[in-house]
Design a protein around this ligand. Structure first.
Ligand code: DGL
Length: 268
């Protein structure tokens, strides 16, 4: 791993941009290469075999064509399914979006959290990855999970501010509220795009855990420990596996045009 190399990031679509934005704030001297697999979004209802195949292709692109020093799997669905396969197949280090939550949950100001809601895609919830992980952090956590499969298409279609998102938030989160959760983990990197809407539904008594910020701080610590923070001029390059007008519009607004370009690539 070399200082001058960029950091690679992948997701199925625009969700990982929530992680990229936090990374750019915390690591302004780093370069980034982001790839959104818009040809296959959503990952949340694809088979494990497909998600492994797609994730390997995206990683190869980042490693072989961009010589990245580190890959951030900015997708909970992929993080819960592919991490072992990726570690076996590539020598580049990976950071997933689930395990960095450990130190966050163990902070003294989070001691009040006992009942935890987790929302994610069908695949993330049915993989049980969060349940296993949270029980390892604290066996006494009470975990209430809920798959919210329509959130990703709503977000990818640019409907976060539409009435339909409010209706679906109420539909999905009602049962979690009945379980008196103290915190809600946004177990999909797309969901922070609905943060305001989710937080108005939950009210101020439920803490929302947005892994985008947690993953970015974890990455910063990781690079510091390995003395690998860049100091040079930086670039941010975005790649898509299929055309997506909404991706272009969203990235421009969300990253405040702070990137070099968006290009379509033929990976599949
Ligand atoms: N943003 C991803 C996640 O964190 C992928 C969602 C999807 O494509 O279904 O799970």
């Amino acid at each position: 791993m070399k200082r001058g190399q960029p950091i690679g990031i992948f997701d199925s679509g625009i969700g990982g941009l929530t992680v990229l934005r936090e990374l750019k704030k915390l690591l302004p001297n780093e370069s980034f290469v982001y790839v959104g697999d818009t040809a296959h979004v959503p990952y949340g209802n694809k088979s494990n075999d497909s998600i492994i195949k797609f994730s390997k292709k995206l990683t190869s692109f980042l490693v072989e064509q961009h010589n990245v020093k580190l890959v951030i799997i900015a997708c909970n669905t992929a993080s819960s399914i592919v991490i072992n396969d990726l570690n076996k197949s590539f020598s580049v280090p990976f950071i997933d979006v689930i395990s960095p939550l450990k130190s966050y949950l163990l902070k003294p100001n989070n001691e009040f959290i006992q009942n935890i809601g987790v929302i994610g895609t069908h695949n993330t919830i049915s993989s049980n990855a969060y349940n296993q992980f949270l029980k390892e952090v604290n066996i006494n956590f009470k975990i209430f999970s809920k798959a919210c499969p329509l959130f990703v298409p709503i977000i990818e279609e640019g409907l976060a501010d539409h009435e339909v998102s409010k209706i679906m938030i109420a539909e999905y989160l009602d049962s979690l509220m009945k379980n008196k959760i103290h915190a809600l983990i946004l177990g999909c990197t797309h969901y922070p795009i609905l943060l305001n809407q989710i937080s108005s539904y939950l009210g101020k008594d439920v803490k929302i855990i947005n892994s985008a910020y947690v993953v970015a701080s974890y990455t910063k610590e990781y690079l510091n420990e390995n003395a690998e923070q860049n100091q040079a001029l930086t670039t941010t390059k975005l790649y898509l596996t299929d055309e997506s007008q909404h991706f272009n519009m969203f990235a421009t607004k969300f990253l405040n045009t702070d990137f070099n370009y968006i290009k379509k690539i033929n990976l599949f």
